[in-house]
Design a protein around this ligand. Sequence first.
Ligand SMILES: *Cc1c(COP(=O)(O)O)cnc(C)c1O
Length: 355
Amino acid sequence: MNINKVAESRVPENLNDVSFGNVFTDHIFICNYKDGKWGEGQIIPSGSVSFPPTIMAIHYGQACFEGMKAYKNDTDDVYLFRPDRNAERINASATRLAMPTFPEDEFMEALHTLVDLDRAWVPNKLGTSLYIRPVLFASESMLLARVSNEYTFCIICTVANNYYSKPLNVKIAQKYSRAAKGGVGFAKAAGNYGASFYPTQLAKEEGFDQVIWTDSVHHEFIEESGTMNVFIRINDTLITPPISERILNGVTRDSLIQIAKHKGWNVIEKRVSIHDLYEAHKDGSLKEVFGCGTAVVVNNFVNIGYPQETLALPDLPDEEKWGQIMKKELLNIQSGRADDPFGWRQMVEHKTMEV
Ligand SMILES: *Cc1c(COP(=O)(O)O)cnc(C)c1O
């Protein structure tokens, strides 16, 4: 791997005041695919690459990405959380979009080297992190509608502060769908996001924050919410829809299932219909509904817009919300503040000289 360091770091004095998503760390990792193979990966100053508007990703949508985080504890150790899952998943997405896979060992090496080099950018307050965005896209300059012959894989990092995740009002999708049978719902395809913005915008105009996606045929079974996996707690049973070609296999979802089992809680993977949800609300057994994903970890819902009425969820204190209890535990594991009985964390070793 080629490393071209910046002359001077731009790391802000107060990382806690940095807004999410548009301040990037000093470096990015980049690797190009051409003539049927990946070239040598490089770490270069961020902001030093540009692409023409003719690259195929923009026209035909061959683009997928990942979202993951690096955390720092009180003694400035930096950790990655289950990065092997992201290395695997970007390749599952790539395959579905007819793109070449990126070797998992090279993904891991690039990730560790980049985060090591930019470790000064990882904030260390509980709940803060460095958000890491691997992205793979068709970069051939070509307007002929066919599979691209050239690709670019990048890893970009931005500071993620403890942005307060406010409890959400969500609306059950009755018309639009995020994913269809035989489609690309399981892939972290850029186009899935593009397609979800309009229905979400309409829900916002009606006063909701987000959409609960239902199956595309009957709009009957709950699938995901926004870009999060969903959990439903009925009495003392936690239920989450099983992974399918329409439901993204979230790392947070899987981690919460394991944490819940480890605590001895009853957790099952099965389909839940909006009718089940309505009945459980009516008889008082519906305790919690929450979404989960890397960005927010866990976000409890307050109101669910059911076709005819709005279902208000019980106003439990955070100490009684299973979602919030698990969120705390997961954050403590991720950031190196608690034991990691699952072996999920990877420490980022000091190898490259920082800037
Ligand atoms: C990224 C994503 C998730 C969450 O996955 P994590 O691995 O937990 O971050 C859930 N649903 C969709 C549609 C996503 O794109």
